[in-house]
Write a protein that binds this ligand. Structure first.
Ligand SMILES: CC(=O)SCCNC(=O)CCNC(=O)[C@H](O)C(C)(C)COP(=O)(O)OP(=O)(O)OC[C@H]1O[C@@H](n2cnc3c(N)ncnc32)[C@H](O)[C@@H]1OP(=O)(O)O
Ligand SMILES: O=C(O)CCC(=O)C(=O)O
Length: 393
């Protein structure tokens, strides 16, 4: 039996096959989340885990940020991972030099191209910014690097200017052009349109780097991929600037369920999520898709009764698929069937009428707005003052 239920509308709606790769930027954009600092050894461990999952590219950092950042990027390059290692670089030869020093395979040369950024941040004309970027792309290529050219704030940039710039970057032998939706302004329809149009202009692969300011980063990334974008950017748990980036775990599960891409090891998603949660100090919301504590937790009596017979009734995909576990919670919404299951596991054999009485007690006891622990449940069973068979420890 499959690990997940199939969406019958995929075939009806027509779903294109995707030709994609993942570039995970947890160690760079993820770390730009205010307050997040990964220790060098933590960066290495995250890189190893990303490699085990099978992401094709790891953006290991932005080496000019600090000495320890540079060392960490270098150490990651020396790990001998399967993934290609990339570093971020401003459109400056000196930034590329530091990346080369680290031994990276790839460099992401970026320049902001929107009027807002040119005027208020770079204090450059568009022509000056383009010159800087192209010279840097050329320099990085001359030094044997794979080069991604990224237009920062691409989605708020005059589209004709942007298309010309991407074409130029291709002429300067960039290996990829990147659409950075830096402030998350896009929606799936506009992203699909934008990527489709860029695809008509350039023959090199396109990257999409989406931010979640409107909660659409994942949807926009998928829309970009459907339009033909090759390289999809992610961060573990979606950490990153402001509202964060496209979450790796959500994207990979979508790629599996909706597009049949099964080369990534999804069973490591829960553990990398917990690791990054711990290292970053950014708690994962309980109700977060795929890796939240409640992703496979059930309290409602009707749900639990069904899940105990067949988990797929209320689980789209199995917890095992992503390395998580199913949990049955006891609380206000618990019914007799759930209690039968839980009490049996605790060693009790209670009659139906006693389970109903126990359910009432559980509902009263859980008015303090929290789940009931097994110890509390045991006390409630004793409170019933009934006869029962106990086979527990
Ligand atoms: C969309 C993104 O995520 S972009 C990446 C953002 N990440 C970071 O900023 C990482 C953390 N940053 C840092 O540690 C520091 O800002 C550093 C080391 C990068 C630079 O530090 P400083 O030299 O002190 O510069 P400062 O931060 O004050 O200003 C940024 C400088 O970069 C320049 N700059 C910004 N983007 C680019 C670019 N793509 N290409 C060239 N120059 C750029 C700015 O014009 C400014 O230049 P100036 O100092 O000559 O005025
Ligand atoms: O496109 C990229 O590779 C990075 C740009 C970026 O981090 C952003 O604009 O948010």
């Amino acid at each position: 039996m499959s690990d997940f239920s199939v969406n019958q509308f995929l075939e009806m709606a027509g779903t294109p096959p995707l030709d994609i790769e993942i570039c995970d930027v947890t160690l760079r954009d993820g770390e730009q989340m205010p307050g997040v600092v990964f220790k060098p050894e933590e960066k290495l461990e995250i890189a190893r885990r990303l490699d085990e999952i099978g992401v094709e590219i790891i953006e290991a950092g932005f080496p000019v940020v600090s000495k320890s950042e540079k060392n960490a990027v270098r150490d990651i390059c020396n790990l001998g991972l399967n993934a290609k290692i990339s570093a971020l670089s401003r459109s400056r030869q000196s930034d590329v030099d530091v990346a080369i020093d680290c031994g990276v395979d790839m460099v992401s040369v970026f320049i902001a191209t929107s009027d807002l950024h040119l005027k208020y941040k770079l204090h450059m004309t568009c022509a000056e910014a383009i010159r800087c970027a192209l010279e840097t792309v050329e320099y990085a290529k001359e030094h044997g690097l794979i080069v991604r050219f990224s237009a920062e704030d691409a989605t708020r940039t005059d589209f004709n200017t942007l298309k010309k710039l991407y074409k130029k970057a291709e002429e300067y032998h960039a290996d990829y052009v990147s659409v950075a939706d830096t402030v998350g302004i896009m929606n799936p329809r506009t992203m699909y349109y934008m990527i489709s149009e860029i695809k008509k202009i350039v023959n090199i692969p396109i990257c999409v780097h989406c931010h979640d300011d409107l909660g659409l980063a994942l949807a926009n990334t998928l829309a970009g991929a459907e339009a033909g974008a090759k390289q999809l950017h992610t961060t573990v748990n979606g950490i990153g600037e402001r509202s964060g980036n496209t979450p790796l775990e959500e994207l990979l599960v979508n790629l599996r369920l909706h597009y049949g891409i099964d080369r990534y090891d999804l069973s490591k998603l829960k553990s990398i999520s917990s690791l990054v949660e711990r290292y970053s100090g950014v708690p994962v919301a309980k109700n977060k898709a795929v890796v939240g504590d409640n992703a496979f937790a059930h309290e409602s009596g009707i749900h639990v009764a069904a899940v105990l017979e067949e988990p797929r009734t209320y689980e789209l995909y199995s917890p095992e698929m992503v390395g998580a576990e199913r949990r049955i919670i006891i609380g206000k919404h618990t019914g007799a069937k759930a209690l039968k299951y839980i009490t049996k596991k605790m060693g009790y054999d209670l009659e139906k009428k006693d389970l109903c009485l126990l359910a009432e007690k559980v509902k009263t006891a859980s008015e303090f707005k929290r789940p009931i622990t097994c110890d509390e449940l045991r006390r409630l069973i004793l409170d019933l003052k009934i006869e029962f068979v106990y086979n527990g420890p």
